[in-house]
Design a protein around this ligand. Structure first.
Ligand code: ADP
Ligand code: MG
Length: 299
């Protein structure tokens, strides 16, 4: 693992408003890292600071283990505010303008247009693009200099469901090409579907950080039934990684300890010659956990 971003005890005040308080964050190469929190929780402030657009009040951060310099920032592509494109220029012409500004060779254009699936529409004027296409062009422009890290603030805001799905797929495919992605979103669903890791912010404080899989797995509930319920109950109780065990109506409902998985339980049952006629795995929705976190966290 190599560290891409390390944030240490970062705070930002706007007058009396504590936009960010003592934030620690650690992003590894290849992560799709989600900053999740309601409006006003400090997400954009955090992105602004790590992009060098906003000054922190205290604390520090490093990129790739180095103090942030203009040199290091060249490895980072970002869309913080919707970039301004020229409405009457085509998608491709707009990218040519940006190449000139960023001093990137024009040969960079074709691959990014293909990546965001706009190559066929490259000659159409920007003003005729759908919102989703405009956002994809923005991502293309952020990728022109082939950055190692892509930073996105609320990447699907305002898009229709299809546009949202396209952007999410695009984010995942960019990450698969070896890039690290940091995105801010107030949408839990988005973080759950797209991110590998996330931190939850509430009023400028981090109240949770972890991997999305772990957050989902933490509360795995397994529901089972068998023609011979007695035998099932007996055998299941001897599985050593149960957190809880409950017999409801015709069903056995168990919770597994962290790290234990359903296939181990299933294997244990099979070895005890238990035949199941029903098995479902329920995960407490991340939404429930998120709402609980936001409610629990002390101010
Ligand atoms: N330029 C600014 N001047 C004053 N207050 C600001 C400014 N930018 C953000 N804030 C305040 O800082 C807090 C965090 O804002 P922000 O980082 O934009 O949150 P988020 O992106 O999570 O919605 C909010 O209370 C917001 O009103
Ligand atoms: Mg914001």
């Amino acid at each position: 693992m190599s560290t891409v971003l390390h944030i240490n005890n970062l705070s930002k005040n706007y007058g009396k408003v504590k936009a960010l308080q003592n934030l620690d964050l650690h992003v590894e190469k290849g992560n799709i890292y989600g900053l999740l929190g309601p409006n006003g929780s400090g997400k954009t402030t955090t992105l602004g600071i790590i992009l060098g657009v906003t000054n922190a009040s205290s604390g520090e951060y490093s990129w790739f283990g180095e103090a942030p310099t203009a040199q290091v920032r060249r490895k980072i592509g970002a869309i913080l505010e919707s970039p301004t494109f020229y409405p009457y220029l085509s998608g491709e012409q707009n990218l040519k303008v940006i190449c000139a500004i960023k001093q990137v060779p024009l040969t960079a254009i074709e691959p990014v247009l293909k990546m965001v699936n706009l190559f066929e529409r490259k000659d159409d004027p920007f003003k005729g693009y759908s919102l989703g296409m405009k956002q994809r062009l923005a991502i293309a422009s952020a990728m022109l200099a082939d950055p190692s890290v892509l930073i996105l603030d609320e990447p699907t805001n305002g898009l229709d469901p299809q546009g949202i799905a396209e952007i999410r797929e695009l984010i995942v495919s960019i990450a698969q090409s070896g890039k690290t992605i940091i995105l801010a979103s107030h949408l839990l669903d988005e973080v759950q579907k797209v991110c590998t890791h996330f931190a939850v912010l509430k009023r400028g404080k981090k109240i949770y950080a972890g991997s999305v899989n772990e957050a989902l797995a933490e509360s795995e509930t397994v529901e089972m039934s068998a023609p011979d319920m007695e035998a099932l109950l007996h055998r299941a109780q001897s599985f050593t990684h149960l957190k809880s065990f409950q017999h409801e109506n015709d069903k056995l409902v168990v919770k597994l300890e962290d790290g234990a998985n359903v296939s181990d339980l299933h294997k244990h049952l099979i070895e005890g010659n238990i035949v199941l006629n029903h098995l479902t795995v329920k995960r407490k929705s991340l939404e429930k956990q998120f709402l609980e976190l936001l409610a629990q966290a002390n101010d």
